[in-house]
Design a protein around this ligand. Structure first.
Ligand SMILES: *Cc1c(COP(=O)(O)O)cnc(C)c1O
Length: 230
């Protein structure tokens, strides 16, 4: 891995700044979440060394293998962004600071029962693709109400992943929709935008962009953008 991480980060930062500027926003209002699934713990440490503090992982078991190596990174925050089965809720709660992918009342209850204060987001499914996880928009208000009844969970926003399309403009309607839904339930956090469409996401109000390949290059294990089973 000849790296080039610093150069790639610099390019992403420039693009983030520009996207924020043209939409009248501040770069500091947007969290750059470095998605490290498929990469070893050393990559997390390198990114940390360059100033990144937020990291996204998709698989409970994979991150269990890295956790010891990154436990000493003061101020680092680890976000779970994969699909979380409720039988893994306790393990995920122990490992992560933020769970971005709550999609059922059962999962919320299980996470709450762990007894650790957690920041959470609700994943919303905005396309009909059967494989995608997330709650249907029609069920969002009810789920948000249930999450808010959980004393250990602090609901800060919504997360989504539009159907894959290389054209970033294809994601815009989904991002816009997520923002409208967030306004409806009264949250401000919007986790949306990946390597190929993060600038559009920033224009549409993203508070967190989740970037993997643009930062680290192709994932060694060939894991695509799927929010696969945790
Ligand atoms: C893998 C993944 C990302 C990052 O995707 P890139 O295209 O590599 O930037 C973002 N969000 C989720 C949910 C992912 O699973």
């Amino acid at each position: 891995m000849g790296n080039g991480l610093a150069e790639r980060l610099e390019k992403i930062e420039k693009r983030l700044h520009r996207a924020a500027e043209r939409s009248g926003r501040r770069r500091s209002d947007i969290t750059l979440l470095a998605v490290t699934k498929g990469f070893p713990a050393e990559q997390i440490c390198r990114a940390y060394g360059l100033g990144i503090r937020d990291f996204g992982e998709n698989y409970v078991q994979e991150f269990e293998g890295k956790q010891a190596a990154v436990a000493g990174l003061a101020g680092a925050r680890f976000h779970f962004i994969g699909h979380l089965q409720s039988n893994k809720a306790a393990r995920a709660a122990a490992l992560f600071d933020v769970i971005q992918t709550i999609d059922s009342p059962k999962l919320a209850r299980r996470l709450n029962a762990v007894g650790k204060l957690l920041e959470v987001m609700i994943e919303v499914k905005l396309s009909a693709e059967a494989a995608k996880s997330g709650v249907d928009p029609e069920a969002l208000e009810e789920l948000a109400a249930q999450v808010r009844q959980c004393p250990q969970l602090r609901l800060t926003g919504l997360m989504t992943m539009p159907p894959w399309n290389p054209d970033p403009e294809a994601s815009r309607p989904y991002f816009r929709r997520l923002r409208q839904l967030a306004e409806r339930i009264g949250v401000t956090g919007l986790s949306m935008g990946m390597s190929h469409d993060f600038e559009v996401a920033v224009e549409e109000g993203a508070s967190c962009v989740r970037i993997g390949t643009a930062l680290f290059g192709e994932r060694p294990q060939g894991k695509r953008g799927e929010a696969a089973e945790g």
